[in-house]
Design a protein around this ligand. Structure first.
Ligand SMILES: *[C@@H]1O[C@H](CO)[C@@H](O)[C@H](O)[C@H]1NC(C)=O
Ligand SMILES: *[C@@H]1O[C@H](CO)[C@@H](O)[C@H](O)[C@H]1NC(C)=O
Ligand SMILES: *[C@@H]1O[C@H](CO)[C@@H](O)[C@H](O)[C@H]1NC(C)=O
Length: 427
């Protein structure tokens, strides 16, 4: 269950990098907030891929044609498994329950809304700030910290405004909208649109470690109607020393931080690779047209989805089908299994590293050590124990989705200048 956190190496094919940031002399403001890894987090492949496929409306036919039957190795008594079991998991087998819908937020951060602190998911793949709140039916509030609009003296309703985030499978979060003072680590917006869920689907309900989402994609994806609202990042940017948000996880630890307004040179080594972002689709999207498997593999072309987004709200690394297939062709005994929801391999198999282009001229290498996402279970036919891959197929989606498997051991700069993304090895 415990995965080692190994530094990612960014190989610069062409040097685009900056040295010591020139902005150091600027006496601007910056703010930091902790990024906490849930203590009871257990990676669960099927939940993780279902969540991503729902979010981006990807058809689950790409889960594969095989259908193995698994028996659990053991069933740790955790909130996640209990939730899975409660949702109809087979006899408490949290490992591979086809109906597992736990949202599985691995990292959460504290957000103050109208002076009330709630733990929320920071999601660079969406643009709404929505929160569990006092309007939800009491049963739906259970286990959650809710934002109580009635005790906030700064809360104001935005009359007539509503929001609705829907997923491919019909699940959703929807409700009305107000404004309040939102403070993230000291970075403060006085009238931030706060979306009040009145109806939340099961996957969000069961994940009691998170009480809502803070979207950090571009404001054009915000779902508030009739007046589209700005994200926290867009609202706060002009008051920061630099219009940036950085994400890092201290290597070898379960804690890290989001920092607004500053690129802290103490948080990375070497140079930052600056990748140009195309925000036309509303995401932190960049070119990614090449990949290779292993250190000595040949460079191969990505044709079906030659761009990728950086998404802190997704756990896995979803790559173009041809890249996922080429990767697992190099893993002995790997197969695409419907039951587990994607590529699995015998846990003892040797994994190669995976390198993929970020922007036109840079290649990022994800080491093998982080590519075993979770244990799935024991195949009842062969008795072999299978593991779930951290790399999975992005199916028919038009872009690849680089989630935490790719991002979490990197120092990442979400930079509104350009816009661009900066990537470096963390200290
Ligand atoms: C999801 O994709 C299907 C086609 O695969 C499409 O018919 C449907 O409208 C999409 N739903 C959303 C919410 O985008
Ligand atoms: C909540 O959303 C579901 C669809 O996800 C819908 O069937 C249900 O009617 C909604 N409930 C309310 C109270 O709006
Ligand atoms: C990245 O490039 C953009 C221009 O494309 C520039 O404005 C920005 O300052 C650069 N970011 C860093 C961290 O150097």
């Amino acid at each position: 269950m415990s995965r080692s956190f190994v530094l990612y190496t960014i190989f610069l094919i062409t040097t685009l990098a900056l040295g010591a940031p020139t902005e150091r002399h600027l006496k601007g403001r910056s703010f930091e907030v902790e990024r906490v890894r849930r203590s009871n987090y257990i990676p669960h492949g099927l939940s993780a891929i279902k969540k991503a496929y729902r979010k981006f409306n990807i058809s689950s036919t790409s889960f594969g044609l095989e259908a193995l039957e698994y028996e659990p190795i053991d069933t740790p008594k955790t909130a996640t498994n209990a939730a899975n079991a409660a949702q109809g998991g087979t006899g408490g087998n949290g490992a591979v329950s086809a109906t597992a819908t736990a949202n599985d937020a691995e990292f959460v951060s504290p957000v103050s809304i109208g002076g009330q602190t709630v733990m929320m998911d920071f999601d660079t793949g969406s643009s709404d700030l929505w929160v569990f709140n006092s309007q939800l039916p009491a049963a739906d509030q259970k286990g959650h910290t809710v934002f109580d609009t009635t005790t906030s003296t700064s809360f104001k309703m935005l009359q007539g405004e509503t929001f609705s985030i829907s997923y491919g499978d019909g699940s959703s979060a929807s409700g009305n909208v107000g404004t309040d003072i939102v403070n993230i680590g000291g970075a403060t917006v006085q009238t931030q649109a706060v979306e009040l869920a009145k109806n939340v689907s099961g996957s969000f309900l069961s994940d009691t470690s998170s009480n809502g989402l803070v979207g950090f994609a571009f404001s054009k994806l915000n779902t508030v109607k009739p007046t589209q609202q700005k994200t926290f990042f867009d609202n706060v940017a002009s008051s920061l020393a630099l219009p940036v948000m950085t994400v890092s996880l201290k290597s070898g630890s379960n804690q890290g931080s989001y920092e607004f307004g500053k690129i802290d040179t103490a948080k990375f080594t070497g140079q930052i690779t600056n990748v140009s972002v195309n925000s036309a689709n509303g995401f932190w999207e960049f070119d990614s047209t090449l990949f290779k498997v292993g250190d000595s593999g040949a460079m191969q072309q990505i044709t079906t989805a030659p761009t990728a987004i950086a998404d802190t709200g997704t756990s896995l690394m979803l790559v173009a089908p041809e890249a996922a297939q080429a990767y697992y062709a190099q893993v002995q005994g790997a197969m695409q299994d419907q039951t587990a929801g994607g590529y699995v391999f015998p846990c003892g198999a040797t994994l190669p590293s995976f390198s993929i282009a970020v922007g036109g001229q840079n290649l990022a290498t994800v080491p093998a050590t982080v590519l075993n996402f979770a244990t799935v279970g024991k195949d009842t036919q062969t008795g072999q124990t299978f593991c779930y891959g951290g790399i999975q197929s992005s199916g028919a989606n038009q872009f690849m989705i680089f989630g935490d498997v790719f991002l979490k051991s990197m120092f990442v700069v979400f930079d509104q200048r350009g816009p661009s993304l900066g990537l470096a090895s963390p200290t």
